[in-house]
Design a protein around this ligand. Structure first.
Ligand SMILES: *Cc1c(COP(=O)(O)O)cnc(C)c1O
Length: 378
């Protein structure tokens, strides 16, 4: 079976881990963590970059940093992973679900303003498939209404919007290094703070609410409890693995893009014959080939296509169940309108295998997909 995902390892992770072992520093914020922080700051120009044990943790930190209180509202798409909403709901905030654009499947910026109320505190955007939301319009809306912007850039490392790295356009950004993402450490993530404003508070929240980081920099002579917080930092073994991946980030992205392009070229004939719709990459965005998805004409076509691929040993999968119609989403959130695009695309979207090492199998994958499409439309 050609699996939907296989984590890619560069081969240098083990020597990094051996080095961490030798360093004898296993808890967080050792030399490998510092190396990852420097890489992230350099690549993104964020003022502060902090490794976390997941993107979920980074989003939870964002919710704490915004000092959200019960009843505060956060506008976000419904077509996303649960953590986008759960991180804010944990603080008692209300996720307000807005529909997505039918081209990029990102939050529809034209619908955001109608969802703003006196209780709205923030907008949390999600860059689906590593393709940017319309950030200029979204930042302008935030400015008009005095809102903060958090970017769930879990899928967005190495992607950009008008030349700017995703995760650093809003006030706060969150990356994921989960093994299903492009750059990985098993479980892992990072919080980015665009300006100085949140940097120090973020360090404190990540270190159980203490000023331990200031203490280690010699800025205070003892460390103490100064705020609420939790333990959001990964250990050095994880950071060692991640630092090896980061050194190959450019090459990983290029190889992923080559596979993505192969799918895109292949799918053109099927798009022209009206059997599927290919992903849309706006001209002002560069992407990281996080995902190759296609939209089939109906749920029935998608089911037949996925089944046909499975019979040929290829695993393709659908994606999110919309959060606004999930049990927890209905309990703690609110939908802005009927979200017709979200409801529609969630039934029609299919994702193809995309991982490094798939290259020699692509002939088989594409032939199988041609056959499965013929069957799906028979
Ligand atoms: C993967 C993902 C997350 C969660 O990342 P973790 O590192 O597993 O916590 C959150 N949001 C989106 C959009 C994701 O794709």
């Amino acid at each position: 079976m050609i699996r939907f995902n296989r984590p890619y390892m560069t081969g240098t992770e083990l020597s990094s881990i051996a080095q961490a072992h030798q360093n004898g520093h296993l808890s967080g914020d050792g030399p490998f963590t510092r190396e990852c922080h420097a890489w992230l700051r350099e690549r993104t120009q964020a003022k502060t970059a902090l490794l976390t044990h997941s993107c979920t943790a980074a989003l939870e930190m964002a919710a704490l940093l915004l000092r959200l209180e019960p009843g505060d509202e956060v506008i976000m798409p419904s077509y996303t992973f649960v953590s986008t909403a759960s991180a804010f709901a944990l603080r008692g905030a209300v996720p307000v679900f807005v529909d997505v654009r039918s081209d990029t499947l990102n939050i529809d910026e034209a619908l955001i303003e109608q969802a703003v109320t006196a209780k709205t505190k923030a907008i949390c955007v999600v860059h689906y498939a590593g393709v940017s939301c319309e950030m200029d319009e979204i930042m302008a809306i935030a400015q008009r209404h005095g809102l903060r912007v958090v970017e769930d850039a879990a899928q967005g490392i190495m992607s950009s919007y008008r030349g700017r790295p995703l995760g650093t356009i809003g006030d706060l950004g969150a990356f994921s290094f989960h093994e299903t993402k492009n750059i990985i450490s098993g479980e892992g993530g990072a919080l980015l703070c665009r300006d100085e404003e949140y940097g120090e508070a973020a360090e404190i929240i990540r270190e159980k609410g203490t000023n331990r980081s200031r203490f280690f920099r010699g800025q205070v002579d003892k460390y103490t409890w100064v705020d609420v917080g939790s333990s959001y930092l990964p250990g050095e073994i994880t950071a060692a693995f991640l630092s090896a991946q980061m050194q190959h980030a450019e090459a990983i992205t290029q190889r992923r893009l080559a596979i993505w392009d192969q799918y895109h070229t292949w799918a053109q004939k099927h798009e022209e014959s009206g059997r599927l719709r290919r992903p849309v990459i706006p001209a002002h965005c560069t992407h990281n080939a996080h995902m190759y998805y296609m939209l089939m004409p109906s749920l029935e076509h998608r089911t037949r296509f996925i089944d046909g691929l499975k019979e040929r040993g290829v695993q393709a999968v659908f994606h999110y169940i919309p959060l606004h119609s999930s049990p927890a989403g209905m309990e703690c959130g609110r939908a802005q309108g009927d979200l017709p695009v979200t409801n529609d695309v969630s039934e029609r979207l299919v994702r193809m295998p995309l991982w490094l090492g798939l290259e020699p199998e692509m002939g088989h994958v594409l032939r199988s997909a041609d056959e499965a499409i013929e069957e799906a439309f028979a």
